[in-house]
Design a binder for this molecule. Sequence first.
Ligand SMILES: N[C@@H](CCC(=O)N[C@@H](CS)C(=O)NCC(=O)O)C(=O)O
Length: 217
Amino acid sequence: MIPIITAFESSPDEGRGLARDMRVRWALEEVGQPYDVRLVSFAEMKQPAHRRLHPFGQIPTYEEGDLVLFETGAIIFHIAERHAGLLPDYPNARARAITWMFAALNTVEPPILELEQTGYTEGEKPWHSERLPLMKERIHARLRDLSTRLGDADWLDGAFSAGDLMMVLVLRRLEDDDILEAYPNLVAYIARAEARPAYQRAFADQLAVFTDGPARP
Ligand SMILES: N[C@@H](CCC(=O)N[C@@H](CS)C(=O)NCC(=O)O)C(=O)O
């Protein structure tokens, strides 16, 4: 059964791979699972038909027969559970890879999102420039620890896993900032992930939405 995911018809990032459908596309490419994409406008995302798939009116969603999922963490975990290639077989290594998925979403992403979102919503407010160093320091605190843990390793825990996939795409949200420059091993980690053929296929497909229309109608 070919799963169907949803993605922005018109993404604010114009195909830079920062919208979260990229997480799902990359996971599906890593495991070799073909998929279809349904593009939705901002208005459609807030309509009842889409909210039946995603209660918060967001993308991405994942449909596979009767199963409908939202939240990229849940979607990628589902894909990784059903296909080889994203989680190790050995139970303890598997549990650790899942831990890194949660760490990416619950520990590293929140301060990054705070910086990103307050830029949109409070950028003009007088207190924004005062808060900026505090918000950036919260990100640095996470990156310092992540950088220390990664050290010279290629991936966070042995072989590439869904934990790395999630972490790399969370870190990529910082690419408009100079924050990552202080962590050469994290910059190299992201580049290593971006060089994976599955990443490149996923990236090209999401970009094609903005250049040629959807690659997989
Ligand atoms: N925690 C959710 C976040 C989903 C999310 O924020 N999606 C964004 C696109 S990357 C969205 O739909 N934004 C539009 C909106 O929230 O109205 C996940 O990981 O799936």
